[in-house]
Design a binder for this molecule. Structure first.
Ligand SMILES: Nc1ncnc2c1ncn2[C@@H]1O[C@H](COP(=O)(O)OP(=O)(O)OP(=O)(O)O)[C@@H](O)[C@H]1O
Ligand SMILES: Nc1ncnc2c1ncn2[C@@H]1O[C@H](COP(=O)(O)OP(=O)(O)OP(=O)(O)O)[C@@H](O)[C@H]1O
Ligand SMILES: [Mg+2]
Ligand SMILES: [Mg+2]
Lengths: 256, 256
């Protein structure tokens, strides 16, 4: 009843937000009910879903500090079956504020417990760091989806990320699994892309989704229109990649 | 004597490390003495300069917590005139450790004061966040160089970054300036690139460097060989872009 998936990787710009927004929208298009929580102070997932009016709306910050419940800050979006918990500027200060709170790592987990039954999938878009916002997300999640950009630097941070996942499994959330590893911005014309993809597959084996997301400018254009790519250009290679990923996730639903 | 420049932008993957490494190497090639400080726990600037053995070497973490001086952790690199202060895994925990220290924002500034006279330029590669590691860097710097990827999401975070720069100017470092804004991963075939570049120029005016860095796979390949791009492929568009940027910086040296 309702799977919670954190989309995380402390390396910047690897496609976390693009994956969270477009996978959530693709699953919603297949009539799964989906919630997207934006845990990144940059609030890119908000604009990816057309929610530009961030500063005047309460969001996940107010939930973390106990001023609001998740239900109170949840918004519907232009995509049916897809709801959003927005981020706002106050979230920038949350990392420092959380440090001295009791049970600081489980604030999000406790908040999500009240709503997880309402959704088939809850995705959490994480910021590019391994701080308390990402720790809260990993503690609240059933599994972590790791986007890996097909670039050299993107491979380097993986051991730190896996160390953090292990730390969370041991101390905060023993049931956390790896949902899968997603290769993003893959350009089959470049040796670099091919090499990094090969290395990721030999490192992660069957954990690598068979769906691979190609580099496709439509994925970069869609957020400027406030739309997921399946509403902006459903025939584009980027949209097809995320629809394939969604159907791979749905196929997994049936596995015992 | 000696200019300290932080390379910062909380948006992930915009080319901070690529800029810090390649601009530092290009200035060193013009016989300026340069120091590069890696303030990112991912330690990508280290591998970009061929320093792969990070975990057994003390680095900037030991400096921030007062165990070592900057001079003690400084390494020479394969590029003449270019020295490196490495990052290591311990830096991941530094943000939380710094929170409760006295004068936590000025640790780096005090450390740099002892060595700034030894170098013409000191660059600081920042992590993708506005936390205490970036605050330390902005407090220690004379100026901030802001790489902007030619993508929609990259424009969104600029107001938060400028707010933080203003906060630092008012409370921690009144002489902090904007060194310039650098357009990165520019692809002249894409409308998106052209639009973002136009918007950045209308927002920042003459602060935008005339040198623009094109999207060029050689910039992504060079770090896997542990070399700056001018040592890996000096004729590539990426290398030419950073050499032009270096000469623009050198031209500014002569301005009163
Ligand atoms: N497959 C793709 N093809 C082309 N562009 C892409 C693709 N995936 C993402 N992008 C673009 O690349 C940039 C980085 O992606 P995105 O912002 O989703 O990464 P992120 O990991 O969320 O970044 P951050 O670390 O800042 O949170 C964005 O401008 C996005 O539009
Ligand atoms: N002009 C360019 N052309 C092609 N690839 C580039 C260019 N600049 C950077 N890259 C590649 O894009 C990725 C992101 O760049 P880089 O790691 O320098 O960004 P960053 O801002 O330092 O990221 P982070 O936020 O994680 O610190 C890297 O894999 C890098 O090799
Ligand atoms: Mg993001
Ligand atoms: Mg970097």
């Amino acid at each position: 009843l309702g799977r919670v998936i954190a989309v995380a990787n402390q390396k910047g710009g690897v496609g976390k937000t693009t994956t969270a927004v477009n996978l959530a929208a693709s699953l919603a298009a297949s009539e799964r009910s989906v919630l997207l929580i934006d845990m990144d102070p940059q609030a890119n997932a908000c604009s990816g879903l057309g929610h530009f009016d961030r500063e005047s709306t309460p969001g996940v910050y107010e939930v973390l500090v106990g001023q609001k419940t998740l239900r109170e800050v949840t918004l519907s979006t232009a995509t049916p079956y897809l709801d959003l918990v927005p981020a706002n500027q106050a979230l920038t200060g949350a990392e420092v504020e959380l440090v001295s709170m009791i049970a600081r790592e489980t604030k999000l987990k406790n908040a999500i417990a009240q709503v997880r039954g309402d959704y088939d999938y809850t995705f959490i878009d994480c910021p590019p760091s391994l701080g308390l916002l990402t720790l809260n997300s990993l503690t609240a999640a059933d599994a972590v989806l790791i986007p890996i950009q097909c670039e050299y630097y993107a491979l380097e941070g993986l051991s730190q990320l896996l160390n953090t996942v292990r730390l969370v499994q041991r101390n905060l959330n023993s049931s956390l699994e790896i949902e899968g590893v997603l290769l993003t911005m893959f350009d089959r014309r470049l040796n670099l892309s091919q090499q990094v993809a090969e290395e990721a597959r030999s490192y992660f084996g069957s954990k690598v989704f068979s769906a691979t997301i190609p580099r496709n400018v439509r994925l970069g254009e869609a957020p400027s229109h406030g739309k997921p790519v399946i509403l902006y250009d459903i025939l584009s290679p980027g949209a097809v990649g995320y629809l394939k990923l969604a159907s791979e996730m749905i196929d997994r639903e049936r596995e015992p």
